[in-house]
Ligand binder design. Structure first.
Ligand SMILES: Cc1ncc(COP(=O)(O)O)c(C=O)c1O
Length: 462
């Protein structure tokens, strides 16, 4: 196993409070066994998300001091625009406060009820923004993406046969754009190959359909291309990124991931008419086009973050640290989803806790046990997040996979803390029989995972 050595040293520290098991047990009960409801300062290693949780560099913080807070024409906007154009290559650059606003502006401009957007797998907010327009969010990822044991290098790839069938079935006129999410977050942070992107472009070209990227983790995707795809080993990641975006007509971006900032996003595209309509809407709901819901200092931090994220020492460390955690767990016999993704390691909760049936939320139970025993917070991606009641019978439908996602914030935790996470999970795995199932006692009508409450089914398993 390669030990990922940090390409930075620590200049500012944020103390973390150590809590006791008793304290965490009390907090967990109080939170109704929902980790979104526990206070963050009771968490030792927080792997809830990699979004907006990055540590900014001294260069980014210095840039924040140079924020030009003019209402119109801030110099930071022009720097940001220049950086975005130089990497992504699209004509119009529209800042937004985060990724979902870029999605909302795009889809409310180009979609009408009855239309459809194919994507490898839509991220939750992307799906919600498509459906909010009365359109269909269609996932057309390769079938291997749904098999947690299938170890293929580009598990985020589009299934081109299914995409072409979908275009023929639905009709070109009802598909204003095709999207590719890089890396494919909802499918485990898996990359998409350049060959697959090139072929997708050729296919949509035949039908005259624009291609957009959901580019949140573009640098991580490009690094995987460099590592895994023939012909790219010697290419700088920036050139790989330019080639990749050259196959598209635009992108949405949450800079809270590969922008290395705590808030920010943008939409960039070539279509003049769409850009004009989106800008008009932006002024209505976000702000003037040269700040788009952000401060000038945020734009400067984002411009600098987008350059830093392409540093290959950084990327090698970043992907290496996630892989390091996954490999330690794998060697310890812990069931994880393969291959290890770009921003997170996913525990396979069904195999971790075979004694807990789907109806007792094994992934939620595992996430809670990890917090209670070791102060580590991951997130459930299973029946709590995706379980549904059948509209006709009212019966509960369970998703195929029960996972706990351990998303690693960028440049935040040391390898020693990551080693602590691995050792804790291995120890928990050795005592997995002690973990109890949960009973849901409250659920909200939508996005229930944020506020659901549970009781622990102690008597059934001890
Ligand atoms: C693939 C993907 N698209 C879009 C978004 C939405 O971005 P934001 O949280 O900035 O609204 C996310 C956030 O996690 C994401 O992972």
């Amino acid at each position: 196993m390669k030990f990922p050595s940090e390409p930075f040293k620590i200049k500012v520290v944020e103390p973390i409070r150590r809590t006791t098991r008793e304290e965490r047990d009390r907090l967990l009960r109080h939170a109704g066994y929902n980790l979104f409801q526990v206070p963050a300062d009771s968490v030792y290693v927080d792997l809830l998300t990699d979004s907006g949780t990055s540590a900014m560099s001294d260069n980014q913080w210095a840039g924040m001091m140079l924020g030009d807070e003019s209402y119109a024409g801030s110099k930071n906007y022009f720097h940001f625009e220049e950086v975005v154009r130089s990497i992504f290559g699209y004509q119009h650059v529209i800042p937004t406060h985060q990724g979902r606003m870029a999605e909302n502006l795009l889809f409310s401009t180009v979609l009408k009820p009855g239309m459809c957007v194919p994507n490898n797998i839509h991220f939750d907010t992307t799906r919600a923004n498509v459906e909010h327009q009365g359109a269909e969010a269609l996932d057309v990822v390769i079938k291997e993406a749904y098999d947690p044991h299938c170890d293929v290098p580009f598990k985020g790839n589009m299934d081109l046969l299914r995409l072409e069938h979908a275009i023929n079935r639905i009709g070109r006129d009802r598909i204003p754009l095709v999207m590719i999410t890089i890396t494919n977050n909802s499918g485990g942070g898996q990359p998409v190959s350049m060959a697959n992107i090139r072929e997708t472009r050729a296919l949509v070209n035949r039908y005259g359909i624009p291609l957009f990227f959901d580019a949140c983790r573009f640098a991580e995707n490009c690094f995987f291309i460099k590592e895994r795809e023939a012909g790219y080993a010697e290419k700088p990641v920036i050139d790989i990124a330019r080639e990749l975006f050259g196959y598209g007509d635009g992108c949405t971006m949450s800079a809270k991931k590969d922008g290395l900032v705590n808030i920010g996003g943008f939409l960039s595209l070539n279509n003049d008419q769409w850009a004009q309509d989106i800008t008009n809407l932006l002024i209505l709901v976000e702000g003037f086009p040269t700040y788009g819901g952000l401060a000038g200092r945020d734009l400067e931090a984002m411009a600098r973050g987008l350059r830093e994220v392409l540093d290959e020492d950084y990327l090698s460390f970043r992907i290496g640290q996630v892989r390091y955690l996954g490999e330690l767990l794998d060697q310890g016999g812990v069931p994880i989803v393969k291959p290890i993704g770009g921003h997170a390691v996913y525990l396979n909760a069904k195999e971790f806790l075979p004694h807990i049936p789907a109806s007792q939320f094994p992934a939620q139970a595992l996430a809670c046990a990890l917090f209670r025993e070791y102060g580590i917070r991951g997130v459930e991606i299973g029946a709590v997040m995706f379980g549904k009641h059948d509209a006709v019978t009212g019966q509960v439908m369970y998703p195929e996979l029960e996972m706990v996602r351990l998303a690693i914030p960028r440049r935040v935790y040391t390898n020693m803390q990551i080693t602590y996470v691995a050792e804790s999970i291995i120890a928990l795995y050795q005592q997995r029989g002690m973990i109890n199932g949960l009973k849901m006692v409250y659920e909200a009508p939508t996005l229930r995972h944020f506020t659901a409450r549970f009781d622990e089914l102690v008597l059934l398993h001890t």
